[in-house]
Design a protein around this ligand. Structure first.
Ligand code: PXP
Length: 267
């Protein structure tokens, strides 16, 4: 599929920087979610800002993967975005979606590196809570199998609950993404130790069961440190705070600041 001309320009401009960004700076990866760039584009229904350009800028700034959420209501990312991202990115593409036949029909032909299965409610502003893999195991099993059969790695977005982690392993997912939403939503003056202990225990169990461990939701420069310090976590997926800050300081600086902050608590 031909690339839009402006994307060729962005890609060419970044080509020199790319080799540097592929050197892993720390043993914790950063996945950048660019949904909110698409949200802004959709507000006018036009072409700007271009989420694919944002993904390329994040890549050049050191992001290790790009995440997009293909929602059933297509409120931000469109099918065309998946196709173009898959074509231009040098780093893995992770597509979040509900475990529906419709989503699979669109996503599997694009062959992203990863699919993260998430719960999806039409009215929600953002993903609310993790997938109840225990309750939904019968429905999830064929979807996980279909994705893996197509050569796509599968991650389940679950709350840091041991039974959910065990079910992800039983369903033969490749990874869990632990929902940090409850931790992130804690009031500034409250004690985060209980939520951090839940994340630590879930991460340890997932790793022991052979799952790769990711985490995300609501992370920002202020709260990312203690989550980044959990040694079993390989990757953090961050969207809203990165794009929000990018509006003020630019996406490359926003991503660079996050990578530096993640590295501060990671040995
Ligand atoms: N992980 C999952 C599964 C999500 O649904 C989201 C939000 O799209 C994120 C991570 C990123 O959350 P945030 O935008 O709050 O950083």
């Amino acid at each position: 599929m031909p690339l839009p001309a402006n994307l060729h320009l962005v890609r060419n401009r970044l080509a020199g920087k790319l080799s540097q960004s592929l050197e892993p700076a720390l043993n914790l990866r950063l996945g950048v979610n660019v949904d909110h760039v698409a949200t802004l584009r959709q507000a006018r229904g036009g072409h700007e800002p271009e989420p694919v350009a944002a993904a390329l800028l994040a890549q050049s700034a050191g992001a290790d993967s790009i995440t997009v959420h293909l929602r059933g209501d297509r409120r931000h990312i469109q099918e065309r975005d998946l196709r173009v991202l898959k074509e231009v990115l040098a780093i893995p593409l992770n597509v979040e979606c509900a475990a529906t036949t419709e989503a699979m029909e669109v996503i599997i032909p694009c062959k992203p590196s990863w699919v993260t299965l998430v719960p999806e409610n039409r009215e929600e502003l953002t993903t609310q809570g993790g997938l109840d893999a225990v309750f939904l195991q019968g429905m999830l099993k064929p979807v996980v199998r279909e994705l893996r059969g197509a050569g796509v790695h599968v991650s389940l977005f679950v709350d840091p609950v041991l039974d959910q982690v065990k079910m992800a392993a039983k369903l033969e997912a490749d990874a869990v993404e632990l929902n940090t939403g409850t931790y992130s939503d804690l009031p500034m003056d409250s004690d985060p130790s209980l939520e951090l202990a839940r994340l630590r225990d879930a991460a340890r169990l997932a790793s022991r069961l052979g799952l790769r461990v990711l985490a995300g939701h609501g992370l920002n420069l202020q709260n990312v440190g203690p989550v980044a310090a959990i040694p079993e976590i390989e990757e953090l997926n961050i969207g809203h705070s990165l794009i929000g800050r990018a509006v003020l300081v630019g996406l490359e600086r926003s991503v660079a600041e996050m990578l530096t902050t993640m590295g501060e608590t990671r040995s």
